[in-house]
Design a protein around this ligand. Structure first.
Ligand SMILES: *Cc1c(COP(=O)(O)O)cnc(C)c1O
Length: 225
């Protein structure tokens, strides 16, 4: 993509997405010029999945960018990202949640997080099963952690051409959010985020109740790993 195309892609997505859906521009592996082009077109939320990219990109980009961590997070990388992130999408174990809480407390922050749900068919994807997520919240553990704020859930659908399967999985994510909201977070206005939908499936995700889409390839083109 040229820088002009990136700007156009951002503008198109801003026009297309309903006001209640936030766009995370997934900029992992892309250079600063690409991020700056998206910024110039009005984009302020960027998603990264490698811990070591966040610090340098944070230092180089304007101060009003919000950095989201979206990839699998290892406990030993938490310290690298906690000073810079405004939202971690990928909390996939109680241990990781406690680790983020501890690190945030150490530097005097409260960090917003999402619980990642595993609904896809692929074994390779991370996250809590719906039962595990429910058990974690019901256990009360999350209420005792003063330096993390649970703001919702995140999930990925199976990478398949079967649209009914993708929609079924998105609905399961949305239903889990609604059920947690009703039983545990009814008095928490900040529990408002359902992060689902990527380049190839975000329209279906929005249909099924996403409030935050994570889009990389459609904006920036293919990544070079
Ligand atoms: C890379 C990534 C995305 C963006 O994927 P695209 O297909 O490029 O839009 C979204 N979510 C997560 C968790 C990712 O790792």
């Amino acid at each position: 993509m040229t820088l002009e195309q990136i700007k156009e892609n951002i503008t198109k997505l801003h026009n297309e997405l309903p006001d209640c859906v936030k766009l995370v521009a997934v900029s992992k592996f892309h250079p600063l010029e690409a991020l700056q082009a998206a910024y110039d077109a009005g984009q302020r939320i960027f998603g990264e999945s490698r811990a070591q990219e966040i610090g340098p990109k944070h230092a180089a980009m304007p101060g009003d960018v919000q950095w989201h961590f979206i990839g699998h997070l290892q406990s030993n990388k938490v310290r690298q990202i906690v000073p810079y992130v405004s939202l971690i999408h990928s909390i996939d174990s109680e241990r990781l949640l406690r680790c983020v809480d501890g690190e945030a407390g150490r530097i005097g922050r409260v960090v917003d997080v999402l619980l990642q749900l595993h609904v896809a068919q692929e074994e390779t994807k991370y996250g809590f099963t719906l039962d595990e997520c429910r058990a974690l919240v019901d256990s009360g553990t999350v209420d005792g952690l003063a330096n993390v704020r649970i703001c919702g859930v995140m999930g990925m659908a199976t990478n398949t051409d079967d649209e009914s399967e993708i929609r079924r999985e998105f609905r399961a994510i949305r239903n889990t959010f609604d059920s947690l909201k009703a039983s545990h977070f009814a008095e928490c206005p900040y529990f408002d985020t359902v992060s689902m939908g990527m380049s190839h499936d975000y329209r279906m995700a929005v249909d099924e109740g996403s409030t935050m889409v994570r889009i990389g390839t459609t904006i920036f083109g293919e990544r070079e790993y």
